[in-house]
Design a protein around this ligand. Structure first.
Ligand code: ATP
Ligand code: MG
Length: 335
């Protein structure tokens, strides 16, 4: 096994957030794959129970149970080095509450009675802070879980978290719960969870595309995490980046429309002038988009966190594409 420094050595719980639709689930899955190298065991957790992970890995909906769903890459320079395992878990607040009752009171069956009575719904709707602490609690429990021999069950846990707008509250569990419980097991549980989340073992990564709104949300998220909640900000993953087709110089030179029309004519096309003008417009639009992307990238760079860039995959995200994104993350030092 080749030892190799990554940007996040020592981090055991990777939380992935970002604006809605920027690719949190995709990036969380790619990161889990990237971390599952060299025989490592990784748990990928979906916090919002929408079965995005199952869809991504071409699986039927996941039950509330840790299941192996993929195999990570082996090291290319060592044929004997096996890839690791990615397990997945889709958490819903109800499952997490039953789990909690089982863990602390050994009363899962009582939990089922509570479910039938509608009390679980009651507890999770009336106290959203409680449902947050149950979900984050499950993630921190998995990150701390030990085998009988003493080693950790999972080398890393990746949490596909709620979007940036809600993530501060979601992670700031002790503050959320303090209104609910001043003492007792829920309070103690929340404090343990908070300790893990604020420790150097946890990093919160932000996903953004190179557009104004997602970038602003990522920057706001970083400020919130640093300020109010004091958590370790992780990396910024720029997702769906569009590659430049032409160089800066080529884009800066004003297009020679008559020459383009002439060339199009030589190629045997009609309406060459209209075509050439449309092409020139297209070029200008491409240049404008790249300039915009560059500006947004500079804004993100100013946050001073490590940046990883994942390309827009034109054919959409299938399992092969997910493995390619994982390899990118690993090459860029994220795992
Ligand atoms: N690098 C990429 N290239 C192409 N398509 C991508 C890429 N990353 C994500 N997508 C696509 O963008 C869409 C949104 O991605 P995803 O579901 O991961 O985002 P999300 O942030 O988890 O969304 P939500 O906020 O709804 O949970 C999906 O259709 C996904 O396949
Ligand atoms: Mg998602």
């Amino acid at each position: 096994m080749t030892a190799r420094d990554t940007d996040w050595d020592g981090v055991r719980l990777h939380v992935v957030t970002g604006k809605g639709g920027t690719g949190k689930t995709t990036v969380a899955a790619a990161l889990a794959l990237a971390l599952a190298h060299s025989g490592r065991k990784v748990l990928l957790i979906e916090a919002e129970g929408r079965q995005g992970i199952a869809r991504l890995f071409d699986r039927p909906p996941l039950p509330y149970e840790e299941r192996k769903i993929a195999i990570g890459p082996g090291e290319a320079d060592d044929g004997r080095d096996p890839g690791g395992d990615v397990y997945a878990l889709a958490i819903d607040p109800e499952g997490a509450l039953l789990d909690y009752l089982q863990m602390f009171y050994n009363m899962r069956s009582a939990g089922h009675v509570l479910t039938r009575l509608g009390l679980v719904d009651f507890a999770t709707t009336i106290a959203p802070g409680l449902s947050d602490v149950l979900v984050t609690g499950k993630a921190t429990e998995a990150a701390r879980r030990k085998q009988q021999g003493g080693g950790y069950v999972y080398d890393s846990v990746v949490l596909d978290a709620p979007p940036t707008g809600r993530v501060g509250r979601f992670l700031n569990v002790s503050a959320e719960v303090s209104g609910l419980a001043k003492v007792g097991p829920i309070r103690a549980h929340a404090d343990t969870v908070a300790r893990v989340i604020k420790s150097p073992q946890t990093a919160v990564h932000l996903v953004s595309t190179l557009e104004e709104m997602p970038v602003q949300e990522a920057l706001d998220g970083i400020a919130e995490l640093r300020g109010v909640t004091g958590m370790q900000v992780g990396g910024i993953v720029i997702n769906m980046a569009r590659p430049a087709v032409l160089s800066q110089e080529e884009l800066k030179a004003p297009p020679d429309v008559p020459a383009m029309a002439k060339a199009l004519g030589t190629a045997g096309l009609h309406s060459t002038e209209t075509l050439a003008e449309a092409l020139a417009d297209g070029l200008a639009e491409h240049a404008r988009q790249l300039e915009l992307q560059d500006r947004e990238r500079t804004e993100l760079e100013a946050a001073g966190q490590p940046i990883y860039t994942l390309p827009m995959v034109a054919e959409g995200i299938d399992l092969a594409a997910l493995h390619r994104l994982a390899a990118e993350l690993r090459d860029q030092g994220a795992a």
